[in-house]
Ligand binder design. Structure first.
Ligand code: ACO
Length: 323
């Protein structure tokens, strides 16, 4: 069977580390509250002038290096982001140019925090159908640019960063027999638009806008929908929670991650957790966690991985892949 298989990962975080204590000076909040309610201890913020495509390019180079490939080997670039440098062109074409690629194609996918799951689903379909041999997938965000710094219920939760993954076609023989993306489940329901949105945009205010979130209502939706999509994706290939070696979840909140793992019957030592160091980096959080898990030697070839995410839309989904 032809499958889309991981060839390499990489990530990039902006240099500036912002501990929770920095918010105590300007907001009625505390390190204790933020840690207890979200699991976040620190996050990174991009420097002035440092853009989403800058972060994406660093992560892309790291992933290509990890895969032992160059841009010449890649047929296309897909970037998952909701915080592009410009309204257009896409971040993906900026990265393509910066990599010196003049062949192939590049485009962005926008499904907010579920963006990387949607990018994986898209890339998988292109590779399995024979439209591409090797694709460079990047999740990259600068959510610090859409924060309302006077809203303590949102601005302490998000961070900036980028992660990348190179996927390539394998024919499912020999040592690769079992590897690759095995299953995908995507969902959205636009009736939930007010639960998480940005209050500006090109055809409304003409400004980028700020993130608005009904955190508590979203929290209640998240665990239920994440566990359901994860179980659906696993069941499509005859698997269930206990078969999973690593959950590599979207990193929004430690309590959502714990609640979802529990529903799937998995203990937290089977979950890659980075939210304490990165905060919620939206579409970047899954490839960041993948890259960290691989770099730390925890995720190994042959491991069964489950990634799930939910975000604005609402849009949510899950991917099952054997590393
Ligand atoms: N410091 C101190 N107090 C705070 C802070 C803060 N930073 N933020 C909120 N509070 C207060 C609230 O004002 C509220 O006070 P009140 O009771 O006097 O009104 C109290 O804390 C409790 O607020 P809740 O919203 O009920 O707190 P909750 O336990 O739900 O935690 C949180 C809030 C962390 C936002 C949680 O709801 C959550 O994680 N929600 C999901 C978020 C999420 O996953 N978002 C991203 C999706 S991905 C994407 O697409 C971007």
């Amino acid at each position: 069977t032809r499958r889309a298989t991981a060839l390499g990962t990489g990530h990039y975080l902006p240099a500036r580390i912002v501990p929770n204590s920095e918010f105590e000076a300007t907001l009625d909040t505390s390190d204790e509250w933020i840690r207890a309610r979200s699991g976040i201890a620190r996050r990174r913020f991009a420097a002035e002038g440092e853009t989403t495509s800058d972060l994406a390019l660093h992560a892309a180079r790291a992933a290509l290096g990890n895969a032992g490939l160059t841009a010449d080997d890649i047929d296309g670039v897909i970037v998952a982001t909701s915080t592009p440098d410009l309204t257009f062109p896409s971040v993906a074409t900026m990265v393509q140019a910066d990599l010196g690629m003049t062949h192939g194609f590049a485009f962005d996918v926008q499904a907010v925090c579920a963006g990387f799951v949607y990018a994986l689903a898209t890339a998988n379909a292109m590779i399995v159908s024979g439209q591409a041999e090797r694709l460079l997938l990047i999740g990259a965000e600068t959510f610090s640019r859409i924060m309302d710094w006077s809203d303590r219920s949102t601005c302490v939760l998000f961070g900036d960063g980028a992660g990348a993954l190179v996927l390539g076609a394998t024919e499912g023989t020999g040592t690769n027999a079992d590897r690759g993306i095995l299953s995908v489940d995507l969902n959205s329901d636009g009736r939930y638009r007010d639960m998480l949105y940005v209050d500006g945009g090109v055809s409304t205010t003409g400004e980028a806008g700020k993130l608005r979130m009904q955190g508590n209502a979203l929290f209640r939706q998240a665990i239920e929908k994440l566990a359901a999509t994860a179980e659906t994706a696993l069941a499509k290939v005859g698997l269930s929670g206990p078969d999973v070696d690593w959950i590599v979840p979207h990193q929004a909140n430690i309590r959502i991650i714990q609640g979802t793992a529990k529903k799937l019957g998995l203990s937290m030592d089977r979950v890659i957790v980075t939210v304490q160091d990165h905060g919620n980096t939206s579409a970047a959080s899954i490839p960041l966690a993948l890259s960290v898990g691989v770099a730390e030697g925890r995720i190994r070839e042959g491991d069964l991985l489950l990634s799930e995410a939910i975000g604005g839309g609402l849009a949510w989904g899950a991917v099952v892949l054997r590393w």
